[in-house]
Design a protein around this ligand. Structure first.
Ligand code: ADP
Length: 636
């Protein structure tokens, strides 16, 4: 029989397994039981619509057995089974894109807890075995096959004998060597402990033959005529797991810590979730839900590979693995389970979209998630910040999505970095902190808070004692333009010429100044031509000599957005109206004034330099950098 080779990537992963990088060898049993349980789920699910399979739900089970003499541990299930082709496909190589990520994680020294996340659970058998035999018969077929591998060279697949449908995974446990103990996995009590620890909630019974000792009457009597008893140990078949799904238990029975353990195992995450949301509703539709809000986005979250969705159960029976339509898209990071006796067993996506009961469940869960996130923001802000670092973009896109249809749901969940507080805050927090005379919510677009703080446009606002939100994501300005305002407070970009900062008196004062320097300003405007819409004396500037702002609705961000849009080249139609603001108290302005009176050529040069510097400070490109540099250098 020809030996087939593992695919290269699989081989490397196997090497890692065999060379025991992992500290938690014991998880192999959990992984195999989980595969067995999935296989039973699949068969059961299939049998709901195919009675010819002859499945009796009460017979479905997993069996773990030990043969000490042969040094084997076998995990058997009477689930869906595998054909020879499926063995080749599923066990022959480590599937899909998870492989590389997995390797990286291992190389970075992460814990073995994460194995399942990458679809390599089966291979964990090689952590404790030097040979694994899988005998399987697929439901609806007549032939069984045997897959055998030592995990190093490759594997063979050949026809085999097996009466019943399902799979036996036979692990040949390694000999103890070099201080590594493997024989412990041949002890009944050790395996029983592992099942209780990791697999208690598995919904199908896990059988084991265990020792049971008890006093038994021998049939004889003692001197006093009492029946004689002996302490005898017999071997009995026992169901080890409690089988009650954890989400069916009450809060007093299982605390959050237990749910978190469950989550990490079931959803293959090695980080604790930031929150566990448990819902128990009795009424029109009765259901229980256990939802988890992860702290980190899975590696494929922002790719097309990511499949969102909650698991749907009907009385503990899995009826749909990834129901993506229950929660809105913006909450697609939520993992978890919804279980209801009212769900119909053969639910389909079409049914789902029209089912009023399900819609009601979905909208209630959506509310609960929102409420929980708000709670988290208040009660454990650090955790919320962690959450937002991973999923904030998703929330912000949610606000903008569908023309803002979900803006109300999401607007209180959005955070932006604050210039004043050196951390990210919500819009509600911003508005709460506004001094009484502040009318608008100010924001600036910048790469980060540190650079934002240095921007001349920010200064006049912070000088007033007002906070400024820093928009670092491209989506941010779309969030504010979708929301328009928050709590009736308008959003205002600090690059706008009219920040609404000055009082009536200050305005009059400024107008007077504009009047005083009218000739100079006209001259500057003329010099710059249509580069700017206006030049004016600034009443906001204190420490900087110049400032570039915009008037009207088109900001620098909008201009940039349209410029970068495919097919927009050369259009130039959408342009922000630039305003050059000058600080009449600055040294530069004084030089300009002097030059204006005595040397118009020099004055024109100064104006062009002032404009160039304002562009640089505003992060705007200089039209002709070479010409501009020559100009500056000619003045030195
Ligand atoms: P994962 O379970 O994460 O997909 P595994 O490496 O553990 O990755 O298993 C690979 C695949 O092999 C499974 O997806 C499943 O299709 C198949 N498989 C594993 N164990 C069994 C089993 N006991 N019965 C049927 N199929 C199985």
């Amino acid at each position: 029989m020809a030996k087939r080779q593992f695919k290269t990537e699989s081989k490397r992963i196997l090497d890692m397994m065999i060379n025991s990088i992992y500290t938690h060898k014991e998880i192999f049993l959990r992984e195999l039981i989980s595969n067995a349980s999935d296989a039973i789920d699949k068969l059961h699910y299939k049998s709901l619509s195919d009675s010819s399979l002859g499945v009796n739900k009460d017979d479905l089970k997993i069996t773990v057995s030990i043969d000490k003499d042969a040094r084997t541990v076998t995990v058997s299930d009477n689930g869906i089974g595998m054909t020879a082709d499926e063995m080749e496909k599923n066990l022959g190589y480590i599937a899909h894109s998870g492989t590389l990520e997995f390797k990286k994680t291992v190389e970075e020294g992460e814990d073995s807890q994460s194995i399942g996340q990458f679809g390599v659970g089966f291979y964990s058998a090689f952590m404790v075995s030097d040979k694994v035999t899988v005998i399987s018969k697929a439901a609806g077929t007549e032939e069984a096959n045997e897959w055998v591998s030592d995990g190093i060279d490759g594997y063979t697949i050949a026809p085999a004998e097996k009466e019943t449908v399902g799979t036996d995974v036979i692990m040949h446990i390694k000999e103890d060597a070099d201080g590594e103990e493997y024989s412990e996995f041949l002890e009944t009590e050790r395996l029983r402990g592992l099942i209780e620890k990791y697999s208690d909630y598995i919904r199908w019974p896990i059988h084991m033959t265990v020792d049971q000792s008890e006093w038994k009457e021998t049939g004889e009597v003692d001197d006093k005529g009492n029946p004689k008893k002996d302490y005898v140990t017999t071997q009995v078949d026992k169901v080890i797991n409690s089988m009650i799904p954890i989400w069916q238990k009450s809060k007093s029975e299982v605390d959050d810590a237990k749910c978190i353990e469950f989550y990490k195992d079931k959803f293959h995450d090695f980080e604790d979730p930031v929150s566990v949301v448990r819902v128990n509703v009795e009424g029109n539709v009765t259901y229980r839900a256990m939802l988890f809000i992860p702290s980190k986005a899975p590696y494929d979250f922002y790719t097309r590979d990511f499949q969102p969705g909650l698991q749907l159960y009907c009385n503990g029976v899995l009826i749909m693995d990834k129901c993506a339509d229950l929660l809105p898209y913006c909450f697609r990071f939520v993992r978890g389970i919804v279980d209801s006796p009212d769900f119909s067993l053969n639910i389909s996506r079409e049914v789902l979209q029209h089912d009023r009961q399900l819609k009601a469940v979905g909208s209630n869960l959506t509310k609960k998630i929102k409420a929980d996130l708000e709670r988290l923001m208040k009660e454990d802000n650090d955790k919320y910040q962690t959450f937002f670092a991973s999923f904030g973009k998703q929330i912000k896109y949610g606000v903008v999505d569908q023309y803002g249809a979900q803006a109300d749901l999401l607007k209180d969940l959005v955070l932006f970095p604050s210039v004043k507080q050196d951390k990210s805050i919500s819009l509600a927090q911003y508005v709460e902190g506004m001094p009484e005379d502040q009318k608008k919510i100010y924001f600036v677009t910048s790469d980060n808070t540190a650079s934002a703080k240095k921007l001349p446009q920010v200064e006049p606002v912070t000088e007033k004692g007002y906070d400024v939100l820093v928009f670092t994501d491209e989506i941010d300005t779309f969030v504010t333009s979708t929301l328009r305002n928050y709590n009736e407070k308008e959003f205002c970009n600090v690059t706008s010429e009219d920040l609404g900062l000055e009082s009536e008196d200050e305005k009059k004062e400024a107008e007077k100044k504009d009047e005083e320097f009218k000739d100079l300003i006209d001259f500057a405007k003329e010099t710059l031509g249509d580069k700017v819409a206006a030049v004016k004396i600034s009443h906001k500037l204190k420490n900087h000599a110049v400032l570039l702002s915009t008037q009207g609705n088109i900001t620098f961000e909008v201009e940039k957005y349209f410029k970068e849009m495919p097919g927009a080249d050369g259009m130039g139609a959408i342009k922000a109206e630039r305003v050059l603001e000058l600080n009449a108290e600055s040294d530069a302005f004084n030089s300009l004034k002097t030059a204006f009176e005595s040397d118009k050529d020099k004055a024109a040069k100064i104006v062009r330099v002032m404009y160039g510097q304002a562009c640089i400070m505003a992060g705007q490109p200089i039209d002709d950098p070479v010409e501009y540099s020559d100009l500056v250098l000619s003045m030195i």
